[in-house]
Design a protein around this ligand. Sequence first.
Ligand SMILES: [Zn+2]
Length: 553
Amino acid sequence: MEDITVYSAAQVHTMDPGRPQASAVAVSGGKIVSVGSIESMQPWLRRYPYSIDDRYRDKVLMPGFIDPHTHLRLSGTYMGLDYLGPIDSAAPGGIRKGLPNRDAVLNQLRALVAEHDDPNIPITAWGYDPASQAGHLDRDMLDQISDSVPIWVIAYAPHIVYANTPMIEMIGVNDDSVGHGIGRYPDGRLNGWFVETEATALAARPVAKQVYGPNAGRAAIDRMGAVAKGAGVTTTADLVWGMADGFEPEWNDHVSAISEGTFPLRIFMIPFEPKLVKEFGSEMLQFLESKRAEGNDRLNTHGVKYVNDGSYPSMTLVMNEPGYLDEDGAHTGEVPWEDMVDRMLPFWKAGVQIHSHANGDRTLDMTLDTLESLQRIHPRFDHRFTIEHYCISSPAQARRLAALGGQASVNIYFVHFRAQLHSEHGFGPDRSEATARLGSLQRAGAPFALHSDFNLVVTPLSPLLAAWCAVNRLGADGETVMAPGERISVDSALRAITIDAAYILNRDDRLGSIEVGKHADFTILNDDPYEVAAEKIKDIEVHDTVLEGEPTN
Ligand SMILES: [Zn+2]
């Protein structure tokens, strides 16, 4: 055995229900050797060389936080740009303040123009949210800010780019251009909008070097790794492996970031099924098998991912009756729903864990029907079929999910950041208030975790803030409790960012709690989330993380 290091702490919350608290953890070779007190671990310390590291003696030590659904590689590119979003957002250099409305955004752009010296280089910004920042930007509005410096703004969920006149000229389109997604005013003039894949790609061409330069993948991973670490995360999963640059380049970016020590996380790469099928066809299972053999507990492939409706903030999820308040923007994903059983069956039979995105309750019905069909064709135990997001649901759906042996990885942040907004926009009061029904999942006995989906939707990346949302369910007004019966206890919420999140990724045998034999990953806090008032959990500062037994700060 390598030399033992004993970390002492003011309090250790192990998340092992049998031995919930401790004052010291002994680690060796990246694994936990003993948990308890310096006295209790003497049988080890008498036999092997050890040192006591008391740097955390007045801190609270928890298992490393797990965010089981992020998109670091795909979305980290935007983190290098100026931020215009509505909520406070983590960045490598610290928190960037949210801007409450469109006027604040325009003022911020005005300030950026004032300090911008080269009119040939566009101002590039990300994070605009037309739903919560009071309407879209457009060309005339941005021309008021500057008619000489090109301005390029991409929305938070990257569905739309806004441009002013000099930027439109740089993109190379004019009033006569034809193309899907190029927006126009009623009089036919270009309005500076570039909407969805084809048009946003066109709009991105002149800023490609700035936004997606040759080292953009590595830069994105390094940036997002720093952000996640700052929030106390030690493990995450990328839920669209293959979508940004392709399977091998994305994998290799992570290999290099880990080997060069710039990525202080474990990461599981979950392949996006349509890309996997397209690239590997009948060889897809062999490809995953070969990557599993190449990987380890620091970087590995896990499961398979399906996206079967749109997003909550963009109001493109698929709902049951009575549906949307106004027009329906529903989007059903790339795999036709009638093909779902056939598409999932090879993975199901091979024992590959399925992660299936369902934001709306109609999508959830379809997904539960699919799971039931898979069970009829080829019954399985402990399959850990996971509903990703689980935004709009009913108590009956929670019970059916539990009956089918499924589980949920839930985006809880929307309860605070968006549910009140969507009472009036899109979903109506009932479904908005009851977004993310954790209480129902718990009553039904369905396992669940909390995730951020950072940063493809308008949420921060902060497991403690997620836990705060789950415990308090306070709306954006800071007062209204949203569906009080869906709140959960502090302990359940902390489980959902540690051991239960490990369960969702099928790694609870190795990660998620402080137990002998597990990986020595810890999150070090300045205060105790079990002791502070419930409404203060989000304010607890993360002091450090420990990965494989080594402090990362
Ligand atoms: Zn996602």
